[in-house]
Design a binder for this molecule. Sequence first.
Ligand code: IPE
Ligand code: IPE
Ligand code: MG
Length: 248
Amino acid sequence: MNKIIDPAIPRHVAIIMDGNGRWALGRGLGRLFGHRKGVEAVRRTVDAARESGISYLTLFAFSSENWKRPADEVDGIMELIATFIHRELDNYHRQNMRFQMIGERSGLSAKILRALEVAEERTRNNTGLHVVVAVNYGSRAEIAGAARALAKKVAEGRLNPDDIDEAAIGEHLDTAGLPDPDLVIRTSGEQRLSNFLLWQTAYSELVFLPCNWPDFSREMFFEALSEYARRNRRFGALSAPQAALTDT
Ligand code: IPE
Ligand code: IPE
Ligand code: MG
């Protein structure tokens, strides 16, 4: 893929795919129908992301808090994730896409873990769209894990506490090596992060959409990218025209 650096195009888009349950409920169907329909939206979104020229797409598929749901719903979601990856792997590999999982691996069933690890292993050297799937992911748990890893290194005398800076913490998160998301999209009308990439989204642009995830379309994806292009990212500094007006 020919990558042109254009500041109007986000490098990394992360999506909180929310509203499957409400989509189903509104149609008098069980929640699992919504999750199943949500898989189609994932397929559309990956295709749109590939065409858009972004480099990284992160999808929040299952949070560490989602275990609080009934077992049959949890099992159904896990099954859908494993099946989706298994089914699409050949196709995505041919398209030079790379797969990566973030989240806590312990606690996942052997089946889903294997699907994720096979996909990671097979696509490791691909250079096209990098798709990150967050499964059993919780940002606070991830940050606590980084703190533990750093503390162990200090205790073993391999790290000086004074060397613990923002970069050191970043390198101990699941997302080590990935750029921070430029744009976070959440569907379903909720306007919160729900423990998703709290460290990494410090300066991300947020776009909240009223539609439920199964209704998310390629047009909505491109409209969110247009919205991003209209935003003025300042990172605490002044925007270019304002900086030009200062007399120092
Ligand atoms: C998002 O849809 C999918 C997951 C959290 C796994 P929900 O299942 O949260 O749907 P709502 O929010 O209940 O409508
Ligand atoms: C966030 O959605 C998790 C995923 C989309 C996987 P939730 O539905 O779990 O979030 P809350 O509970 O509404 O905050
Ligand atoms: Mg939800």
